[in-house]
Write a protein that binds this ligand. Structure first.
Ligand SMILES: [Fe+2]
Length: 301
């Protein structure tokens, strides 16, 4: 048995309003939730980020889903593995099962299933020998604000990637998609996105980035430009990643984690075989990667 989806992540921040403005500018819907804020994608009845008040910025928890009715079976599995379960940490995030990973990160498992977003209705792209967009001036409709359709994945820092990978595989049932041993591991929930979760080696835990699917390259670039105009100084993109192959554009949030627009992620099948790699760059093509991309600015526990 394994978790079937990534649901959301919780972020403790010292200024909830500032965090809310960042996610709104990113293209998401933000509503009040107790003393914090809940972040959602248009048309999806599901929290994707919870911003919680706290003295400093740090990853608060990561939430994974199981099918409705499957939580008791998951609880029996965890107890059989000797995993210690905890109470929910606050009123803002009630319910579900709660446990800790080897770095002390809170993990919650909940009976929720994200629905797929409506298919993107972007006009077809004219490609060599296949010209489907006829009689339409594309530039007149290309200038649209970024509106992410779903949260695709999160990558977190780990003080010991191999140890964390074993935990997420053994306890949550996540599969390895690709890894650079000792550096980074990309993990999946089975057929679907190449990765819904990942681990990046660091000195201590933290959120590296969250990644949000948009409908077109235009949205990715326009979203990044919009955030730059509103004061987000660091970004990285446009590029195409190696592992997962997705197009990407990253913007740094007010506290040093990254939010990624993505498109065209590899979809893996049940017979996907994990592979170890060495000396593979982060991207097939991209602008120069900022040195800050792998910085972990969260305070050590
Ligand atoms: Fe990503």
């Amino acid at each position: 048995m394994r978790v079937s989806s990534l649901l959301h992540y919780g972020l403790q921040v010292p200024d909830v309003s500032r965090g809310g403005r960042f996610y709104e500018d990113f293209g998401l819907s933000v509503t009040e939730r107790g003393k914090g804020l809940a972040v959602r994608c248009d048309g999806q009845d599901l929290d994707r980020t919870l911003l919680l008040e706290g003295p400093d910025k740090r990853l608060h928890h990561v939430a994974f889903g199981v099918a409705p009715g499957a939580l008791p079976e998951m609880q029996r599995r965890l107890e059989g593995l000797g995993v210690r379960l905890e109470d929910a940490p606050s009123d803002e995030v009630e319910g579900g099962l709660w446990l800790r990973d080897p770095d002390g990160n809170r993990i919650t498992i909940r009976e929720e299933s994200p629905s797929l977003p409506c298919p993107a209705a972007a006009p077809p792209m004219n490609v060599p020998g296949d010209y489907r967009r006829l009689g339409e001036a594309r530039w007149l409709t290309a200038d649209v604000p970024a509106r992410p359709r779903r949260l695709g994945h999160v990558l977190i820092f780990s003080s010991d990637v191999a140890r964390s990978e074993r935990f997420y595989g053994r306890v949550l049932g996540l599969g390895v998609s690709d890894r650079v041993p000792g550096v980074v591991t990309f993990m999946n929930c089975g057929p679907g996105d190449h990765h819904v979760f990942g681990l990046v080696q660091s000195t201590h835990p933290g959120l590296h980035h969250s990644s949000w699917e948009v409908g077109s390259v235009d949205e990715m670039v326009l979203g990044a430009r919009n955030l730059a105009e509103r004061g987000s100084e660091l970004s990285w993109g446009l590029g195409r990643h190696t592992f997962g192959s997705n197009l990407f554009h990253y913007i740094r949030d007010p506290w040093g984690s990254w939010a990624e627009y993505f498109l065209d992620m590899d979809q893996i099948t049940a017979d996907w075989a994990p592979r170890d790699w060495q000396d593979v760059p982060t991207a097939v093509w991209c602008p120069l990667r900022p040195a800050e991309f792998t910085e972990n600015l969260e305070p050590a526990p």
